[in-house]
Design a protein. Sequence first.
Length: 176
Amino acid sequence: MNVLQMVLPFLFFITIFLFSIREKKKKIEFKESEFRRTFPSFLKGKFDTKTDLKTLIAKLESAGYTVKKVGEKLWFQNASSQEKFRSWLWSYGVIDKAFDSSFTYKVSVNLGAVLTVPAVLGVVTFSGLTIQSSIPPERTSIMPYFFLAFAFFFAISTFVSQLIKEKKRFREKLGI
């Protein structure tokens, strides 16, 4: 087994993990370039015309978001104010004033969390398959593949459930 084959997936994961930390730091510091990019967005919509910025700020802060007002826009994120019931998934977004004096919102999930979980699964998969391919055929087993499939299922279902929880909490706190 080549050393590079074993080290390369870990280096890939470390790179993605460092990207995730860097992205979180930029969101916490409210870097403008980070709030222009709203991928992957999971919730967008419009508030009614009688809602004002002060009310929105109060609602966002009560939902656990840190808010920064930039002109007629609100940038918000909950990366720096994670409450105990929240998991590794955090969100950020922009509320902007529309032409009809209403406010539109777009909420996104952090790209770091979206990439980190598949990166971990990739390391596990690559390492498992490398080890499995280096042992004699009579000693191979289907069990590692079973556990790997369970890990994929668990990661995907956790992501989906956290996304649903984040949407529900956002809608509930902002009265949408």
